[in-house]
Each structure stands twice: as structure tokens, then as C-alpha cells.
Design a protein around this ligand. Structure first.
Ligand SMILES: [Zn+2]
Length: 421
């Protein structure tokens, strides 16, 4: 039976079945019960289909860049030129289109990011702010022209203002401290000489202090408390899933070590209890709603946090909860909202790739392949996205995912998921 929920949209109250946000995933009813090898899972024409898609969509992307249909004012990774550049660099490195194109993707990435500067954004995070734009500019320069990174000191300088819990900064990923940490992490991976463990540790300490102090101040019966614009969000973009993911991944920092088996562990068990009967996670505490199955809000980002909690604490409950997330995304993750990364079918598919790495069960790889097939079947632009060519809302994100599908062992949710550094 369908669960009916009430939703307030533009001041109106509409009655909407919770699954109206997703297409019916026709692969669910025909899913084989077992797989014995990767060959069972990946169709023989899969690579060719992806190559064709990438070739055709790259042409579309270039035409729109040349025609000025993509704003040069937005330099962010999330919706702007820096995110598109990251996809182009990835495509060049993959060599997938090596024999099909006669121009350098790295040069194109450099061309569209070389004017990035810190004045174009006041946000301080990887996805939405100047640090992300400056880092991608440096990366593009290094890839295309072997240029030494120059602007990275500006990124590190930002850290000092965020290093105390009373600075008024939020802690979530899109606009908060976790998002600044994200930039430091990916920058350290690209430019090991720029790794600053001291700043990372101080930011982690500020996040821990912020969460613990807020829980105490508000006399809450939970170990840590975080808000973004007065709402207590749960998902990867604005909430607990993203904050806890970064703290767990950076567990070698002394500040995290100090709470890893005390307050942070309690917080992860508290997070475990937030899971809904459907396997999904609510978008915010107290909403009671079970409607969004996105990376930004819902099970598709909780899965990364839960898998990491399982690695750290070894409790099967975390693994079971991660598998429940997978079931939810499988049934409800083929989104009408589009084929992008933040709230789209491509982003949701990273759930299965993470579960496949964690379990070795081919079923999860099969599910990722099915989501890739759904992405390949679309031939229209992302009509519902504000930035239809961007990395997190549009075509560049779909392309990024499909490049990853041809090297799925090394696929990681872009600009978020990472191996320990
Ligand atoms: Zn989103």
C-alpha cells in the first residue's frame, strides 16, 4: 500500500504518494537471484555504449560552453565551471576517448578555470566556495601545463578563521567546516606537499566541540548536535551523515582519536537509530518524512557513513543498516529529478559501488550497472536542473559516473568519498 504524505510546496499543501519522486525501476522485478562473476553482471556492449554516450555528450557540452550557455560567473565545483573541469580531467585520464577526439581535455579544463579567483565566492568549502575553485584551477594548471600550484596558500589561510567552535561557522558539507575539510583532503591527495595535518586536526576539533557543546547547551539527550539554518539535517550535504563521515575518515587526527571510542561512537549509534523502516533516512530530525532518496538527503549518503562506521567499530549493525540503505536506493533511487550526482540517478548508483567494495557481492555491482543503463537510455538534457550541464546537478555528473563505471573498483562518489589519507 502506498503511504500518502503531505507536502508543503510554494505555500500549497499537496497530497503526494512518496514514490512519485522516482520512476519504477523495471530491473527490480527481473533481478537474478545470484551471480557468479563480473562477466555475469556487465553486458557485452556496456563499454561501447558508454564510449558512444561520452563522445556525444562531450560534443553537447563543448557546444554549450562555446555558445555561452554555461555561466562563467559560477566557478564552483557544485554547479559551475570547476565541476565540469574535474569531469574533463577525469575523462582525459581515463583515455576512453583517446582515439576519437583531436583536442586536449586537460587544456579545455585549464581554459575554463584559469580565471577562477577567491573573489568570486564568499563560501569557504570545496563544493560551493572559493577553496574548491582555487584548488581545481591549480589542478587544471598542473595537469595541462605542469604549472606549480600558486593559490593554495589562500586556501590554507582560510583555516585559521574556522578553527574555533565559536566562529559562527556551520559544520555541514556544502557550506560548513566539513566542506572545508573536503577541500583540504582532496588538495592533499593531488598535491602532497600541501597537506596540512595541523589545520585538519584543528578543524576536526572545532567540529567536535561545536557538536558536543550544542548538545549540552540545548540539553539534548544525544551526544552531538548540529544544525544548518535552524534545521537539524541528516544527509550528506547539510547534516549528520556528511559530518560523521569526515570525522570517521579523518580518525587518525589526534582530536578525533580522543573521541573515537567515546562520544563519536555514541553519536554513530545514535545515527544508526535514525534509520526508517523503509531503510531510508529522514531529511531532518523531527520531520518524520520518508520522501527523499538522494545523496543530499537520504539513504544514498548514509551508506558511506555506515560502511565507514562498520570498518571502525566492527559492529554488524552498521553493515546491516548500510545494506538496508542499498535496498531502499534500489527500489526508489531511479529519480525523476534527473541523472545527476546530488539528487539524481547517477549519484545514487555510488551506493551500490560502495556496497560492492564492502561486501564483494556481485549483486551490488549488477545494481550499479542497471542504474548506468538507465542513465545511458536518456537522451534529453536535464530539464529540471537549474544548472543542466554541471557536475552535481547535470550532465557532467552523469558523465563522471559513467567514466567511473568503466573502472568501478576505483570509483568514488565525486568530491566526497575518499580513501584514508
Ligand atoms: Zn541534492
Amino acid at each position: 500500500m502506498r503511504i500518502l504524505i503531505f507536502q508543503v510546496l510554494c505555500g500549497e499543501v499537496s497530497r503526494m504518494p512518496s514514490d512519485e519522486r522516482a520512476f519504477v525501476n523495471s530491473y527490480v522485478t527481473n533481478e537474478p537471484s545470484s551471480f557468479s562473476s563480473e562477466q555475469d553482471v556487465i553486458p557485452s556492449n556496456f563499454r561501447k555504449r558508454i564510449e558512444k554516450f561520452l563522445f556525444e555528450k562531450l560534443k553537447v557540452l563543448r557546444e554549450n560552453l562555446n555558445d555561452g550557455n554555461i555561466s562563467v560567473k559560477d566557478v564552483s565545483v557544485y554547479t559551475g565551471l570547476s565541476g565540469i573541469a574535474l569531469m574533463l580531467i577525469k575523462l582525459e585520464k581515463s583515455q576512453i576517448l583517446k582515439d576519437k577526439i583531436d583536442f586536449s581535455l586537460k587544456d579545455l579544463a585549464f581554459k575554463i578555470t584559469k580565471h577562477n579567483d577567491s573573489k568570486k565566492s564568499s563560501a569557504f568549502t570545496y563544493l560551493c566556495g572559493a577553496p574548491g575553485a582555487l584548488y581545481v584551477k591549480a589542478l587544471s594548471g598542473a595537469e595541462a601545463k605542469s604549472l606549480e600550484p600558486k593559490n593554495l596558500k589562500d586556501i590554507l589561510d582560510l583555516g585559521s578563521s574556522l578553527c574555533h567552535s565559536g566562529s559562527g561557522a556551520y559544520d555541514e558539507y556544502l557550506y560548513g567546516r566539513a566542506g572545508y575539510l573536503g577541500c583540504l583532503v582532496f588538495m592533499a591527495k593531488s598535491f602532497p606537499t600541501q597537506k596540512d595535518e595541523l589545520v585538519m586536526d584543528k578543524i576536526c576539533q572545532a567540529m567536535i566541540d561545536s557538536g558536543v557543546n550544542s548538545a549540552k547547551r540545548n540539553r539534548l539527550n544525544q551526544p552531538m548536535h548540529f544544525e544548518w539554518h535552524e534545521s537539524e539535517y541528516v544527509g550528506g550535504a547539510h547534516g549528520y551523515a556528511g559530518i560523521f563521515y569526515f570525522l570517521l575518515k579523518l580518525r587518525n587526527c589526534p582530536s578525533v582519536q580522543a573521541v573515537l571510542h567515546t562520544v563519536l561512537k555514541s553519536a554513530l549509534y545514535w545515527f544508526l537509530e535514525l534509520q526508517l523502516d523503509s531503510g531510508n533516512y529522514p531529511s531532518s530530525i523531527g520531520s518524520g518524512r520518508d520522501k527523499l532518496v538522494h545523496w543530499c538527503h537520504g539513504a544514498p549518503s548514509a551508506v558511506f557513513t555506515l560502511i565507514t562506521a562498520y570498518e571502525v567499530y566492527g559492529d554488524e549493525k552498521f553493515k546491516s543498516a548500510a545494506l538496508e540503505c542499498g535496498q531502499c536506493v534500489w527500489k526508489r533511487g531511479f529519480l525523476k529529478k534527473g541523472y545527476g550526482i546530488c539528487h539524481g540517478t547517477a549519484g545514487n548508483a555510488y551506493t551500490f559501488l560502495a556496497l560492492y567494495r564492502a561486501t564483494g557481492n556481485f549483486q551490488h555491482l549488477y545494481r550499479a550497472v542497471c542504474f548506468a543503463q538507465l542513465c545511458l537510455d536518456f537522451d534529453k538534457p536535464h530539464r529540471s536542473a537549474d544548472r543542466p550541464f554541471s557536475l552535481f546537478e547535470g550532465l557532467a555528473g552523469t558523465m563522471y559516473f559513467l567514466i567511473d563505471m568503466l573502472d568501478h573498483e576505483n570509483a568514488r562518489f565525486p568530491c566526497y568519498e575518499f580513501d584514508s589519507i
